[in-house]
Write a protein that binds this ligand. Sequence first.
Ligand code: ISL
Length: 538
Amino acid sequence: MKKNWWKESVVYQVYWRSFYDTDGDGYGDLEGVIQKLDYIQELGADVIWLNPCYESPDVDNGYDISDYRSIMSKAGTMETFDRLLQEVHNRGMKLIMDLVVNHTSEQHPWFKESRSSKDNPKRDYYIWRKVPNNWRSYFTPSVWEFDDQTEEYYFHSFAVEQPDLNWENPMVRQEIYSFMRFWLDKGIDGFRMDVINLLAKQAGFPDAENPEDISYLGNNPGIHEYLQEMHREVLQHYDIFTVGEIPFVTPEDGLLYVGENRRELHTLFHFEVCDYMSHWDMQRYKEIQRRWYKGLWGKGWNSQFLNNHDHTRLVTRFGNDSAFRVESAKCFAVLLHLLPGMPYIYQGEEIGMTGVRYKSIHEYHDIAMKNKYKEEVEKGRDRREVFGSLVHLSRDNSRTPVQWDESPNAGFTKGTPWIKVNPNYKEINAAQALADPDSIFYFYKKLIQLRKENQIMVYGDYQEVLKDHQQIYSFIRELDHERWLVVLNISELLVEVNVPESFSIARKEMLLTNYKNEVESKGEWTLRPYEARIYRLL
Ligand code: ISL
């Protein structure tokens, strides 16, 4: 297996607007990231992924960019960004930025020109049609929006305010490569590429048989030519790391994006879990891991994550955010850090932050949720019922401010936070975690430390044990002559496990566990709710 620095890294995702506010405007800022770098370093993560902080009207929290070469004033200035990058590098860490090039903001000067007249030189920077088809977008009932000025429809995969760029136009591609070089020349260490498999569109936009299945938006012919060109023109000239956000992808297709011989991307996020598995489903999860391991191992690199700024906090969605919050947070941490692939930690995950329940739709900000609410209510559905169906997976669940301490607003801001702080901040916060040697924070720290000292966590093969067990997820990682056994009880039950004799009688060393004192007799182990154990087999 080819070794690379990025394969050995742990990524910490900073959603800066909810991270730490230093100027009192209620939004986190880049200065706040600088001030908390020691905290991230203490945890041990080596790469920071910064969500978009470019100039933007902020309709979709920075994913609607109006100037690719400047910093949004809420986040700070270019001077602050340069200092942040320097400070990250001073600590031996790396910084990757979000690259959002499937679409821009409707306020981007290119779109303003494009929509101004049919013969504007930038008309073809976007996708215009006289007649819409029946596709729906991620955030609205149609991908087409009628524009009065020229009486045609433009295409948008997300909100109306996020028109899609026309990647068929070579000038668009060159503009994008040029600003990618601008950031890379500053010394950033790579990109997380937003919905990068959506760049190529289906020729002719044929109507879909089932418009609700929006997978027609991605993986269309031409996508690999674009990415290979991007690699040739830009990526290959820098020692960087790239991760593509790739919805609707199978391992077979995934390999086309991240295959080591493909000259496209290094790694990907697939969404078989986060987009489709609303609650924990053991057999399904194991099957997904099995298939992706088989599809990629030895050929391309995977990522492991169970939440991010779009996906509800993992303890709330997949674990137990009340009685077993700490146990389940640690159990999933072991899972994510021991499975093959790069682990991602989303800010606040390391202190076991939970999802949130606001009382009314007016307290939510997520454009995906608000648009869906409006759409369903306009169909005549009951408001409360629609609201109730959306809160569980609202993206705002993971966007509440990081809970730093028990002071007002969780120490996140001295002003009014742009989104309400989770009311549980007095019990769950970083100050408390840092003061408790048994905290989730220090458990993550140990896992990261373990990875730094043991390449088996990165390059070791993966083999399932107790494959069909409903509560237990167990597997072996193996590298050279070393073997580790991971045993996880992903349930609230006390589970008696008949472990294969070869393991139960084997001499083994416990490397990490989230319970004190193991309960074990020959051939039979008792695992408490969300108990996690990592053994080295001797
Ligand atoms: O959030 C989702 C489901 O709840 C995802 O399907 C998500 O919309 C999709 O993965 C694309 O997300 C990315 O691009 C969007 C942006 O709103 C998201 O924040 C970003 O992560 C448009 O740029």
